[in-house]
Write a protein that binds this ligand. Structure first.
Ligand SMILES: NC(=O)c1ccc[n+]([C@@H]2O[C@H](COP(=O)([O-])OP(=O)(O)OC[C@H]3O[C@@H](n4cnc5c(N)ncnc54)[C@H](O)[C@@H]3O)[C@@H](O)[C@H]2O)c1
Length: 438
């Protein structure tokens, strides 16, 4: 394939070298003449393991050329990979100066081209940038429409400096956000041979997931480091601890707990986080990330409170009350916290939770309810029908397919359903559907 690469920093230079190594004809474009001169001489513009030899051999092969002329690059390639920098501005926002200027020159170049050009943004871009900011610039510059005269798509880059050639050859996956089949086909031809999944998604999801990946990596590093600081203060070996933590691939290093939903609660996580935070305070160890978890969890409950209040309705039916579906444990249940806030606002609540009700009847948690939550115990109902019939808003907090099916036959179109468990689309009841944060 004939490829032009805009921006010859870490991402662009490594991509240029690897694509040329794989037999493609590559034109490198940069505004920095020094980088172009280095590449023209077969030298690498970035310090990366393996790049000295690779750049020398691909330039010697004759498959690499460089230019500052965007029009020349676009006219002489089928596809452009955009790898210009998107650094932080002083206020923390993304400085999009380089990519905006590039979009303008890309538009001018595409205006002069007779065949549809594919533009792949590989720079990290805040969600919405490609479709809402760059597309209009390129459309007005070229006088052509995305999906007709040219094709835009977004493919996040996952390589890491220091191991970038190895990462290029073995990425965690290839993710392409696109609105048309053609750019996906072209990228499959370029990257489909890599030993990883090739995933297609929307442009916005592709933009967002890149941030999520980096945030997750930063979070993991900080988790290990905060743990180590606390371990040191307690005389515990942090390497041993983290090694043990990582050996649990069921709950720790796994998909577990990574699906959006409602706040956590129960008899373990909140109390153990509080004890950890207290321990750190006692030993003068700062753990702002771990200490921020409980307040963030509380914010999540506040979102649900706000969503109920925004309906302006006053009769609320709760389906679910315990901290987790399938248990009667009410200790630190976020649903109880939500209910208490709504009761405090003067709303009228009723609750249906078969597990809690059963254990209440059996007497198992009767004492807990009577001593800690007497106001809630009185509002419990035995049947779902009654709770739904008497409510204007139904808060679905039980994650149970059978309950979803029953709700499907009970909810009226005039009622609002606040879903905090992500009911599968096909089981969502009639009525005005409101997702917690989806
Ligand atoms: N560095 C990494 O490890 C890495 C990994 C994944 C993603 N990314 C993302 O990839 C993008 C590029 O990162 P980088 O570290 O390679 O950047 P970099 O700063 O090393 O290189 C950017 C290059 O773009 C050039 N440039 C600026 N405006 C231009 C224009 N109008 N036309 C042509 N070239 C232009 C600059 O001269 C520079 O050489 C960023 O969005 C970054 O967030 C970087």
């Amino acid at each position: 394939m004939k490829i032009s690469i805009f921006g010859l920093g870490y991402v662009g230079a490594v991509s240029l070298a690897c694509l040329a190594r794989d037999g493609h004809e590559v034109i490198g474009v940069d505004i920095d003449q020094t980088k172009l001169d280095l590449i023209r001489d077969g030298k690498t513009p970035v310090v990366e393991e393996g790049m000295v030899d690779l750049m020398q051999s691909v330039v010697a092969s004759g498959r690499v050329s460089v230019t500052t002329d965007s029009v020349h690059a676009v006219l002489n390639s089928d596809i452009s990979l955009v790898c210009v920098g998107t650094p932080s501005a002083s206020n923390g926002s993304q400085d999009q100066g380089a990519v905006l200027r590039l979009a303008e020159s890309m538009g001018q170049a595409i205006r002069e081209k007779g065949t549809p050009h594919v533009v792949v943004f590989r720079s990290t871009l805040v969600p919405g940038t490609v479709e809402d900011v760059l597309r209009p610039i390129i459309e007005s510059g070229s006088g052509k429409k995305d999906g007709e005269g040219f094709h835009l798509c977004f493919q996040p880059e996952f390589l890491r400096e220091g191991s970038s050639i190895r990462d290029y050859d073995k990425p965690p996956f290839t993710v392409v956000g696109a609105n048309h089949a053609y750019p996906i086909e072209r990228l499959q031809a370029l990257f489909g041979h890599l030993p990883c999944k090739f995933l297609e998604t929307s442009v916005r999801s592709a933009e967002m997931m890149k941030y999520c990946c980096n945030n997750f990596h930063a979070l993991k590093i900080t988790f290990a480091n905060e743990t180590a600081r606390l371990c040191e203060a307690l005389g515990v070996n942090p390497f041993e601890v983290m090694d043990l933590v990582c050996q649990d691939t069921q709950l720790n290093i796994s998909r577990a707990y990574l699906t959006p939903g409602f706040a956590f609660g129960g008899s373990c996580l909140p109390k153990d986080l509080r004890a950890t935070t207290y321990l750190a305070k006692k030993h003068d160890v700062e753990i702002p990330m771990l200490a921020g978890i409980m307040p963030s969890n509380r914010n999540h409950v506040d979102v649900a409170v706000q969503k109920v209040l925004e309906t302006g309705k006053r009769r609320i039916g709760f389906v679910g009350l315990s901290f987790k579906t399938g248990t009667d444990d009410l200790r630190e249940s976020p649903l109880v916290t939500l209910a208490e806030q709504l009761i405090g606002k003067g709303l009228h609540l009723h609750f249906y939770d078969p597990e809690v009700n059963l254990s209440r009847l059996l007497g198992a948690n009767r004492r807990f309810i009577e001593t800690h939550l007497p106001h809630i115990g009185e509002l419990m109902k035995e049947d779902l029908e009654q709770v739904v019939a008497e409510a204007d808003v139904i808060v679905v907090g039980l994650n149970d397919k059978e309950v979803f099916r029953r709700l499907g036959g009970l909810v009226r179109p005039d009622q609002t359903v606040l879903d905090i468990v992500n009911i599968p689309r096909e089981l969502r009841p009639a009525g005005h559907y409101v997702g917690l944060c989806w």
